[in-house]
Structure formats: structure tokens, C-alpha cells
Design a protein around this ligand. Structure first.
Ligand code: CA
Length: 231
């Protein structure tokens, strides 16, 4: 992290004491204020008490699980959530459930990777605030309309409800209709990653976006990236 980055409060929720402390120590070393919780109810209480800027959230927790924590805190206030999962394929399932997590890291993870993801999420939130302050153009692609200013999407005149991340992904593709946007560009522009390793998150979010706007509108270019059909 650079010296210009503001100090953030991060809530770390993990019931395995060693992992919790390891993540906490590392994020503190990066200059963040870190609050710890070790179970579901404790996580919601800590969220209310400390108003964190970001939550690192283990999936399997005593009390109630990370999904329920995510639902409860997102209902209180939108907050970026980085979910810790035990298996890679859980990410597909979780994204499909629309629990409101922005990114996922599979255990075991490297500390450096976790820190990079946390910083990327914080940058993403800061950039989204900047984008919201500037009017983006509205794009019409056949019956699909992407209204950047209102952050609304309609298909055949009916509104489609997208998560903030799904909207940013669609807007990135809609900026160049018909053109292939490569994976690295999407990971950088939408997620704020500086390197595109572990882009399963991208594929999972493309899958849910397809389900919402129509599968045939979003073309996969294998090994390269994705394109939004210009029709
Ligand atoms: Ca656990």
C-alpha cells in the first residue's frame, strides 16, 4: 500500500484462531485498523459497533455461517466483502446465491494474495464513488439498455436487477460493444486487480450476468475474454 492510501477499518471474521490472527497481523502491518470476530453473531455485533470499510469473511462459522453474516450486514449497509472459501468450486455456488460478496479467496491462500485482493476491493469502492459522481453515457444495444448515470439496466423495457459488481462488469463490456475485452482488462478495470491470476471470480460473475441479461448477448472468446453483442 502506498502512503497516500487512507487508513481503513477492516473486520476479520474467522473461527480458526491462527488464521484470524495471521490475517489480522498482516492487515495491521499494511496500516489498517482491524477488528476481529470469531462467529456469526459476533461478526454482526462487531459490524454494528465498528462500522468497518471492508469485511474479510470466512464461510464456515459457528453460530450462523458467512452467508448469513453477509446477508445481515449487507441489509444494514452496503459494504465490500471478501469471502474465504474452503474449495474453489464453492465460489460458483456462492456467486449464484447472490449473497453480496464481491470477491472470493480459496483456502489455503497466500498472505500476499489476500492483501492484494483487499487493496483491490478498497480501490474498487473508491473508484465506484468517483464514477457515480460523473455522469456516464447511456448505451443501447438492441433491446438492452445500460444507463451509466442511473446505474440501471433494462431488457425489452423491463428492469434487470444487477449487483454493483455485475453492473460494473456489464458497463465495462458495453463501453466497446462487439469488441472483445480481454480478461486482464476486466480484472483490472472492474476488480482493480493488478494481475489476473485466479480469474474464476470473473467467470462466475459472467455466468450470473448471462442468466440475468440473456446468455446469447455475452460471447465467450476462449482464452482471451468476453464480448457484449452489439445488436
Ligand atoms: Ca471456519
Amino acid at each position: 500500500m502506498t502512503r497516500q492510501d487512507p487508513r481503513r477499518t477492516i473486520l476479520v471474521v474467522e473461527d480458526e484462531p491462527l488464521i484470524n490472527q495471521m490475517v489480522t497481523d498482516r492487515l495491521r502491518a499494511e496500516g489498517h485498523d482491524v477488528v476481529q470476530a470469531h462467529d456469526g453473531p459476533g461478526a454482526v455485533d462487531a459490524f454494528v459497533a465498528h462500522e468497518p470499510d471492508l469485511v474479510v469473511l470466512d464461510l464456515m462459522l459457528p453460530g450462523f455461517d458467512g452467508l448469513e453474516v453477509c446477508r445481515r450486514v449487507q441489509a444494514l449497509r452496503p459494504v465490500p466483502v471478501l469471502m474465504l472459501t474452503a474449495r474453489d468450486d464453492e465460489t460458483d455456488v456462492l456467486v449464484g446465491l447472490h449473497v453480496g460478496a464481491d470477491d472470493y479467496v480459496t483456502k489455503p491462500f497466500r498472505q500476499r494474495e489476500l492483501v492484494a485482493r483487499v487493496q483491490a476491493l478498497l480501490r474498487r469502492v473508491a473508484r465506484a464513488a468517483e464514477l457515480a459522481a460523473t455522469a456516464s453515457p447511456s448505451r443501447t444495444l438492441g433491446s438492452l439498455v445500460v444507463d451509466g448515470a442511473a446505474r440501471r439496466v433494462t431488457v425489452d423495457g423491463g428492469e434487470v436487477h444487477l449487483t454493483p459488481l455485475e453492473f460494473d462488469l456489464l458497463a465495462a463490456l458495453a463501453a466497446e460493444p462487439g469488441a472483445v475485452v480481454d480478461r486482464e482488462t476486466l480484472m483490472r478495470d472492474v476488480w482493480g486487480w493488478s494481475d489476473a491470476s485466479g480469474t474464476r471470480t470473473l467467470d462466475s460473475h459472467v455466468k450470473t450476468l448471462r442468466a440475468k441479461i440473456g446468455a446469447d448477448r455475452l460471447r465467450t472468446v476462449h482464452g482471451v475474454g468476453y464480448a457484449l453483442e452489439a445488436r
